[in-house]
Design a protein around this ligand. Structure first.
Ligand code: ADP
Ligand code: MG
Length: 365
């Protein structure tokens, strides 16, 4: 069942468009992440869903009902912010109770929900503390507990882990996923961190310059991205220009490869560094490939390999017998290469224009 349905939402700040028509849906119980670079419109979209910012156009439905004209407190949505946004003059317990009292939840039920949230967010013993007496990680747990007690139809997260150090971020990421599994809350999560998105999400919505670029599971988007932007933003890749004819393409140095989709003319393929095989050899058959550099990464070795005018990134697992720079190598490519979709020149021009607009627009409150 669809819990959240966002249809053609747009947002203009003065003359500049921060969101082009954006549409996406989240199924009941699903964990969906919006992933994109800073400034692409993630927070704008989330704030509109929450109701703390007004959309310029489009509709939002939650559990089948239009909500985009309701005030935030009547939307049955809770949001967790990067800045925690706890009430500074209230204890942990008062922070959790506040929304429940506003909603006139019965006292016994308040008690039950607060106790439960404290337990699953591992906050026992901190109920009497003020926010300033808590660490960043603890404050973020309180913010999460405060959202959970409301038992909302939808939980929104705007980069909730960005202010924490790397180790704590990792711990809380796992806790969040475990928590999501346990309570099964429908969640829409925003981040610019691709590793976070890959690790946490049922599906990822890739955004760039105020538009949805592509939607899919982490595996789909990593293994078979349709857009060059997705391929480059999720992990590392080699974007190669090819000349295609039917199911055959020619790599920049003339080597023929099989293509996963029928294509004609100039096109682009994405080849992941770890999907290229590399071994040292005395004489390469075909185009000569030479190791230009190697970085030992622990579990793997990352090579830069020159083939004609092209420089490829090639990653090899293990990496205990490094191939020296200068050596000739033989490369093997995946069986069939997926071809990226060309979105057309017009689309790219609009996107470039959008980027320029945003650079010009001053922030207003
Ligand atoms: P993200 O959360 O992905 O970093 P935002 O939604 O915050 O992106 O911002 C998207 C674009 O809209 C940016 O170019 C930003 O400068 C602009 N923007 C955001 N909020 C405002 C505002 N209140 N007034 C004017 N421009 C804004
Ligand atoms: Mg943001």
């Amino acid at each position: 069942m669809t819990m959240l349905e966002i249809t053609d939402i747009t947002k203009d700040y003065g003359a500049s468009r921060a969101l082009h028509p954006v549409s996406l849906s989240v199924a009941k119980g699903e964990f969906v992440t919006i992933l994109g670079p800073s400034g692409c419109g993630k927070s704008s979209l989330l704030r509109i869903v929450m109701g703390i910012s007004q959309q310029s156009g489009g509709e939002i439905r939650l559990a089948g009902q239009r909500i985009d004209m309701l005030p935030p407190e009547r939307r049955d949505i809770a949001m967790v912010f990067q800045s925690y946004a706890l009430f500074p003059h209230m204890t942990v317990e008062q922070n959790l109770r506040f929304g429940l009292r506003m909603k006139k939840v019965a006292k016994a039920e308040q008690q039950r929900r607060i106790a439960h949230a404290l337990e699953i967010c591992t906050l026992a013993g901190l109920t009497g503390r003020m926010p300033r007496q808590l660490s960043g990680g603890q404050q973020q747990r309180v913010a999460l507990a405060r959202a959970i007690v409301m038992q909302p139809n939808l939980l929104l997260f705007d980069e909730p882990l960005s202010n924490l150090d790397a180790k704590l971020r990792d711990t809380l990421r796992h806790e969040l996923v475990a928590l999501h599994r346990r309570i099964g809350a429908t969640s829409l999560y925003v981040t610019h961190d691709q590793a976070e998105a890959m690790a946490m999400s049922d599906r990822i919505v890739v955004m760039n310059a105020g538009r949805v670029v592509e939607i899919g599971t982490p595996l789909e988007l990593y293994r078979a991205p349709k857009q060059a932007f997705t391929a480059g933003f999720l992990g590392q890749t080699n974007l190669l220009a090819i000349t295609a004819s039917g199911r055959t393409g020619q790599l920049p140095w003339g080597q023929p490869v099989d293509l996963a989709t029928e294509t004609s003319g100039p096109a682009q393929v994405s080849v992941r560094p770890e999907s290229i095989g590399i071994r040292a050899c005395d004489q390469a058959s075909g185009a000569p490939a030479t190791v230009a550099g190697v970085s030992f990464m622990g579990a793997s070795a990352l090579y830069t390999v020159a083939v004609g005018d092209t420089v490829l990134k090639v990653s090899q697992a293990g990496g205990d017998a490094l191939i020296e720079p200068g050596r000739t190598v033989a490369l093997t490519f995946p069986e069939r290469l997926p071809v990226l979709e060309d979105r057309g020149r017009e689309d790219r021009e609009i996107e470039d224009q959008g980027r320029k607009d945003r650079l010009r627009t001053p922030e207003v409150a």
